[in-house]
Design a protein around this ligand. Sequence first.
Ligand SMILES: NC(=O)c1ccc[n+]([C@@H]2O[C@H](COP(=O)([O-])OP(=O)(O)OC[C@H]3O[C@@H](n4cnc5c(N)ncnc54)[C@H](OP(=O)(O)O)[C@@H]3O)[C@@H](O)[C@H]2O)c1
Length: 265
Amino acid sequence: MQSRLRDKWVLITGASSGIGAAAARAFGAAGARLLLGARRVDRLEQVAAEARQAGALEARVHGLDVSRTLSVEQFMTWAGEQIRGDQPDNRHLHVLVNNAGGAHGLDPVAEGKDADWETMFQTNVLGILRMTRAALPLMREAPGGVILNIGSTAGREAYAGGAAYCAAKAGELQITRALRLELCGTGLRVGSVDPGLAETEFSMVRFKGDAARAKKVYEGLQPLTAEDIAEAIVWAASRPPHVCIDELLIKPTDQASMHRMHRRT
Ligand SMILES: NC(=O)c1ccc[n+]([C@@H]2O[C@H](COP(=O)([O-])OP(=O)(O)OC[C@H]3O[C@@H](n4cnc5c(N)ncnc54)[C@H](OP(=O)(O)O)[C@@H]3O)[C@@H](O)[C@H]2O)c1
């Protein structure tokens, strides 16, 4: 059966690595037209080539920093131009994946760094506001259009050292729920995809390049892969227009909670 996503415009933030890059390849395999954003444009070009190879009808890239309003506006102007250049019946954005984000540091509140906390709120929370506000006018006429925000188990369960990241992802979840109420009646759908431990560049970023510390996070257990989450994102985005996947919580089998993990070593 042909995918419901074939030919559709799909915009993914944070597509230069991890879950966003895997989502680009997975939407590509469904025959979508991709608009990819992140700060590392060279990495985006590589992901776009992989997505085209997987079957994407288009895969175009542009620099994007979701923590800066001007950058988001420039990106969305570019995105609008790409979409408006398409056939008259396909001039709308079908899927927005607000994926850009991550954690910075694992300090207890008593030692929290302003810069880390500000970055986490700028990307995981305000990034969603900026992207969604700018993307909605491109989606209005899209029956069955869908916005998927990438949350986290951290938004549902606090852990020591995770105060700001947990707060930011709890914010993402509540923003998603509020937006769901606001969009009810428009035909647009919105949902949150919330992964547990997934082995990507996430921990390298959190621990500021400390590879040994990053590796320890996944020691002895089998984490999720970026592809596991990408598969769920594409599934949620390809339900029939009358079906909205509000919330998806996806964890490794070895992770019952942040405080109950099965480690073999
Ligand atoms: N891995 C996990 O265990 C896990 C679990 C739950 C939730 N998540 C969430 O999943 C999402 C993706 O993370 P990941 O695991 O795939 O980690 P990742 O490999 O580090 O990918 C993060 C992506 O976000 C982009 N990004 C970061 N800051 C940005 C900014 N200011 N503007 C634009 N793009 C930005 C990065 O691109 P550039 O650096 O090139 O800008 C990169 O493409 C995040 O929201 C993260 O919080 C991850």
